[in-house]
Design a protein. Structure first.
Length: 338
């Protein structure tokens, strides 16, 4: 009897040690992104903000993380905002990140970018590439991961997404000693250089069906905001979209209108607020830093007309954004001196 108990204790101890090693390795093999597009750093910086200090929460892909500057927005309007963005953030990931973000903040308004419309995705399959899906997944809480794994991943692959070491070891060497660019991220925003020339997109009344995942998760985002009594504002930063892509965007607009949600395609009236597709685009999907300056001012104008943020109790945290404004200006001055 005593021998059996001893053997059981030995086995249990061995299994606990193995489990401990697996948990440790799982953390080691989380994707370590120190690039200017880092989701990890953006989530970390957001989690360090004082609770309930964010008045406007932006969510979206790199379209938004280099398109709307919360620090400039604060300087021009006093609005305290954050760009809680990730690479190739489709609506399913926007929903998951929103769930996590609302654990510490209660914004007046959530603004999401509709990049997802332009990205092909399939239920029970990967969104974009395995790489993008993986690095987005690693930044989420366990509960948010479970939502996406259940709906996006075949059951036979679930284990590799709950335990990143099984998939991330394939590209672990790529971030072993990366250059740290995270100091160039300001409240989730980063500057994007480069210029490409495009024609101004043409308006179309036609509507094409969204991908199934887009319809499901846009509705989930809307319902989550309604449940939390938070206003939702869906935008699309300027993009040189095709007619087919525009038709899908019109479908998202129709859903928003059906739920009473504000929708704004910034490409359609771009010329009215000074945006030029010949000078302000980095590539067909991203605006450059000159375009971002204009787009931020435009969004600030709209948000200031929608809300009176001056009455918010969050004013006590303005120094957090003031310090980030000083840090950003110091960075810009250093760039000018080079």
């Amino acid at each position: 009897m005593k021998t059996g108990i001893k053997n059981f204790i030995k086995l249990a101890t061995f299994l606990l040690i193995v489990l401990g090693i697996l948990v440790y390795l799982n953390q080691v093999f989380l994707y370590r992104d120190k690039s200017i597009w880092s989701t990890d750093y953006r989530v970390k910086q957001y989690q360090e903000l004082p609770e309930n200090s964010v008045e406007v929460l932006f969510l979206g892909s790199s379209n938004l993380m280099s398109g709307i500057n919360p620090v400039q927005l604060w300087e021009e309007t006093g609005i305290q905002s954050y760009a809680y963005c990730s690479r190739a953030q489709t609506f399913p990931f926007t929903y998951a990140y929103l769930q996590d973000a609302l654990k510490t903040q209660n914004p007046e308004c959530v603004v999401i970018d509709a990049y997802s419309i332009f990205c092909d995705k399939v239920i029970n399959n990967l969104s974009n590439t395995d790489f993008h899906f993986g690095i987005n997944m690693d930044s989420l809480s366990v509960s948010a991961k479970s939502e996406l794994i259940t709906n996006y991943i075949y059951k036979k692959e679930w284990l590799s997404y709950y335990f990143p070491l099984f998939k991330n070891h394939n590209y672990y060497k790529s971030w072993e000693n990366p250059e740290d660019e995270t100091a160039e991220i300001f409240m989730g925003f980063c500057f994007a250089d480069g210029i490409e020339y495009y024609d101004t997109p043409q308006y179309s009344d036609n509507v094409a069906a969204m991908d199934e995942a887009d319809g499901i998760y846009l509705q989930k985002i809307i319902e989550l905001c309604q449940e939390k009594e938070i206003d939702l504002f869906v935008i699309k930063t300027p993009v040189a979209y095709t007619d087919e892509e525009h038709q899908k965007l019109n479908a998202a607009k129709q859903m928003c209108e059906a739920y009473g949600v504000e929708f704004y395609d910034m490409s359609l009236d771009a010329a009215d607020w000074g945006f030029d597709f010949n000078t302000d685009m980095r590539d067909s999907f991203h605006i450059n830093k000159n375009g971002a300056k204009k787009a931020t001012s435009r969004i600030g104008e709209i948000l200031s007309g929608m809300y009176d943020f001056s009455v918010n109790s969050t004013r006590q945290y303005a120094d957090v954004w003031a310090l980030e404004y000083e840090r950003m200006n110091a960075f810009l001055e250093s760039q000018t001196e080079q």
